[in-house]
Every structure is written in C-alpha cells, then in structure tokens.
Design a protein around this ligand. Structure first.
Ligand code: SAH
Ligand code: SF4
Ligand code: F3S
Length: 482
C-alpha cells in the first residue's frame, strides 16, 4: 500500500544550473497544455507512472511524478489514467515481457479514449531492438525516451503535446547530472538518494552498464544538500543508491573527492536523518574502512546486501566479478566479527553459461557457510549484447531449473536458521504502514531490514518506536510496543 505522496514542490528560485533553469521554462509551458486538457475534460487530468526494476528506477519515477504534478496532473496508481508512463527494466527477459503485456492492455484503453497518452522510458528503451519493436507493434505510444535524458521530461512533454507523431529521444550516453528538478516522494518519511549513476563493472551477464552508461558520482555537496532538504521535510531514513556504491567517487574533481566510507560519515552527521541504508555494494570494493565506518556510525542500518552471484571461483571469473569464493567468505567473516548484529543478504544467479552441478554445489556451500539471512535467486537470462550471451556453453533450461530448486532449498534452510535470532529482544523500528491484512496492526522495519507487525494506528507511521519481538514467523516478527 502506498502512503500520501510527499511533494517537494520546487520552483526555479535558487536554481543556478543552466539546464535546470531551461527545464523550468518547459515546466511553465507544459502547464499551459495540461490546463487546456483540464478545460476539455472538465476535470483535472490524471497520470500514472508504472515502475519496473530496481530502487534506481523507483527514484527516477519519483522525478517523473514530480514533473507531472508540477505541470498540473493528478498522480494516480491505476493505468486507466489520461497519461500512462512505463518506466522499464531490462535486467532479465521477464521484465521486458511484463512491459509488453501491459502495453497490450493500454492499447485497448487508447481506443476508447482518444485523448489518452502513453510514454515509455527507462532501461529497456536504451536497447535499439526494444524501441524498434514499439515503433512497429505499438504505434499508439506517444513518447519514448531513455535513462540519460530523463531530466528533459518537461521538454519532451511539450514536444509530445505539440505533435501527433511518436516522439523518440534516446541518448547513447551522457556525462552530465542535472540537479534541483522537482520530485514527488512516495513516502513522507523515507527516501532514496542517488549517489552515483551508471556502472563500470561489466559483469559479463549484465545489461546495466549498456543501458545506464558509465559511472558518474554526484558531488558530496549535492548529496548532503539533498539529505538536509529531506530531513527538513520530515524524512528520517535515507537509502544511498548506486550500482556499486563502494566505488563512489569516480569522476569527482580533486576538491570534491571523498570515499564512500567518508560519505557515510557525512550523511550520518545530517540532523534529523536517523537511519542510513545503502544499495548496492560490490564485494570487490567492500573494504575494512567501509565496515569500520558502519561500526562507528550507529545510524547506518545493520543490513548488508552483498551480491554473491556465484560461489564457484571459476564461474565468478567468467562473470568478471573480481573476487573468489574464499575472498567472499573472508569478507563475510569480517562483517560477522565486526558487525555481529548485521543481517547479510545476497543475489545469486543460476544457469550462467558453463555452470556445472559442481559449481552450484560450491554456491550452496557458500550459502551455508555465509548463513545468509535472505537471498534473491535468479535463473540466468541471456541479454543480447553482453559477453555471456555469446558464450558457447549455455546451460539448458532443465538443468538451470533443477539447480535453481536445489539452491532455493539451501537458501530457505539457512534463512530459517538465521530467523528468530532476535526473538524476545527489543528493537527500534521505523513504522512504515498499516498492516495489509489487519488494520489494527502496523508494520515497522528494523535496522536489519526485517519487518515486525504490532498493534498500533496510523499516527505511528513515519515514527521510530521500540518494539518487543514476541514471536518469529519465518521472515517477519509479531511484537508489542514498549
Ligand atoms: N549492481 C548490483 C545489482 C544489479 S542487478 C550488483 O552488482 O549486484 C540486480 C541483480 O540482478 C544482480 O545482482 C543479479 O543477481 C541479477 N541479474 C543481473 N543480470 C542478470 C541476468 N542476465 N540474468 C539473471 N539475473 C541477473
Ligand atoms: Fe551489473 Fe555487475 Fe554493474 Fe551490478 S556491478 S550493475 S551486476 S555490471
Ligand atoms: Fe533494471 Fe535498469 Fe535497474 S535494467 S535493475 S531498472 S538499472
């Protein structure tokens, strides 16, 4: 369930960046077009942004909604809106298929409502073949843009209102970061904060570097300013976002350059921000310094998501991950020693080209030894254009599924061993929501990312409270406020 939208309405006052100022003039212009539509419809036009993929995409969607709200749309959550925007993901083939499925549905809505508009943006649109497919089979789509020019949304909207043709604007790459545009947050009390964009790692299975471009870091000044503005607006928890947060700093000038552990220190100094998360660190860049920074900053959540991908050193090498089974396990040992109360979660891929049963045995061995609190497991999906797509020894679907099930069993067993460790203790939680099944309960999130359901009402949402963990039910607890 989503909560009230918290809107940080910005106007151009105080904005210095030339590009942002230009976009504010397009926001003004687009307001006129939306006002005309409002007159025509006799009501406020509605817009729905449908988000696929990761936290980075979710943050981008908040930027899109920020612009839409600024120009006069009412943001809604159902696709029978006057304007639908799909913010796509292409990390695995099933993400692509889901978007195409939705487009089929929207096509029928367009027929019934000639004024309706549809836009598609995000990672999938950075792939030439995907855009070609839309041009060919989904002619009703009004606007297509990519990940690098999202900040131009207001400008593109003006073009869309001024033309009957499909507007397509995709950039191959960018080195710019445009700050200070409007944003509309999904939650009033927590927010993602981009610290870097893109990825330079080129893991051989992964499409992200191709669709998100090279790594660019935001300046510490801009990050801290955003955190301060968020805190002033009532936000208590931030999640620092990037594909490889522990390599933060690439591309910063000498005077701006700080490391990720130093950035964590700075963010923790922001008054009002009581909890700091980050997603995702890469095991190859996870340093003792970073672990020490977490230890010395109690505001940093005791949850480390450390993608393993495979437990076989041979496969890791072919994945271009730059660590081994042993070095990964050493890292986990160090985290357990220095942060005994931290939950460790991971991502694992099964069925990577050349993977044998014995490689999966190695992965299962790491799962058991690391004792993950949870793991997201994926069947390898071949992404056109990545090196692994042309590896000759692709694994059969049957073998991948069989090994996937073996792995899943191991993950469930270890997660069960980890769960329940905190039963009977008192934990500080940030209350996020009314419980979906029982409206007498609220749901809070602990530092280690586990959820707890306990009696409470709406007035608690967005506050930190202490909760006694009465009983563990696998992945969540039930408790009582103390
Ligand atoms: N930057 C992060 C996460 C990137 S995408 C990292 O380095 O881990 C999130 C997860 O999707 C990855 O961790 C990986 O497990 C999975 N993934 C990425 N590409 C995939 C592919 N081609 N097939 C299956 N899973 C994939
Ligand atoms: Fe993809 Fe690897 Fe970059 Fe993560 S680090 S986004 S898995 S290339
Ligand atoms: Fe998907 Fe793009 Fe994120 S491909 S996982 S939405 S960076």
């Amino acid at each position: 369930m989503s909560l009230d939208m918290s809107i940080l309405h910005k106007n151009a006052i105080g904005v210095t960046d030339e590009e942002s100022l230009k976009q504010f003039t397009y926001i003004e212009k687009a307001k006129g077009y939306v006002a005309e539509l409002e007159k025509e419809l006799g009501r406020k036009p509605t817009a729905c942004v449908v988000t696929f993929g990761c936290q980075m995409n979710a943050k981008d969607s908040e930027k899109l909604i920020g612009i839409l709200v600024s120009i006069g749309y009412e943001s809604v959550e159902t696709e029978d809106a006057d304007f639908v925007i799909y913010n796509t993901c292409t990390v695995r083939d099933n993400a692509d298929q889901r978007v195409l499925g939705r487009l089929g549905y929207v096509k029928s809505l367009h027929k019934k409502r000639p004024w309706m508009k549809t836009a598609i943006c995000g990672c999938m649109m950075q792939e030439k073949t995907a855009v070609e497919k839309i041009q060919k089979s989904y002619r009703f789509v009004n606007l297509i843009f990519g990940t690098h020019n999202l900040y131009k949304f207001a400008e593109l909207l003006c073009q869309m209102f001024e033309s009957d043709r499909m507007i397509i604007d995709i950039w191959e790459k960018t080195d710019r970061i445009v700050e200070q545009l409007p944003i509309s947050r999904k939650y009033s009390f927590k927010s993602g904060v981009n610290i870097m964009f893109g990825c330079n790692n080129f893991c051989t299975y992964c499409i992200v570097p191709y669709v998100r471009g090279r790594e660019r870091s935001r300046t510490p000044k801009d990050i801290i300013r955003e955190c301060e503005e968020l805190a002033a607006d009532g936000v208590k928890e931030v999640m620092l976002l990037g594909q490889n947060v522990d390599s933060y700093g690439i591309g910063l000038s000498d005077e701006d350059k700080i490391s990720f552990p130093e950035l964590l220190d700075e963010v923790c100094k922001v008054e009002g921000i009581e909890r700091v998360r980050f997603m995702t660190p890469h095991p190859k860049d996870m340093s003792v310094d970073l672990i020490d920074a977490i230890v010395r900053n109690p505001k940093v959540a005791r949850h480390i998501h450390l993608p393993l991908q495979s437990g076989s050193t041979e496969i890791l090498k072919r994945m271009n991950r730059h660590y081994t089974k042993e070095s990964y396990l050493q890292l986990v040992d160090l985290i357990r020693e220095k942060l005994p109360d931290a939950a460790i979660t991971t991502d694992i891929i099964v069925g990577f080209p050349g993977e044998k049963d014995s490689d999966v045995d190695e992965t299962i061995d790491v799962v058991r030894k690391a004792g993950f609190d949870n793991a997201f497991t994926f069947i390898y999906s071949k992404r056109t254009g990545t090196p692994a797509a042309s590896f000759e020894d692709q694994v059969s679907e049957e073998d991948a599924k069989r090994n996937f099930n073996r792995l899943l069993k191991a993950v469930q067993e270890t997660a069960r061993l980890q769960s329940g460790k905190l039963e009977g203790t008192v934990e500080r939680v940030l209350v996020e929501d009314i419980n979906e099944q029982d409206s007498n309960l609220v749901t809070g999130r602990m530092s280690n990312n586990t959820l707890v359901h306990f009696p409470g009402d709406e007035s608690l949402i967005g506050t930190f409270v202490d909760v006694h963990l009465d009983e563990c039910h696998g992945f969540y607890y039930t408790g009582t406020m103390v």
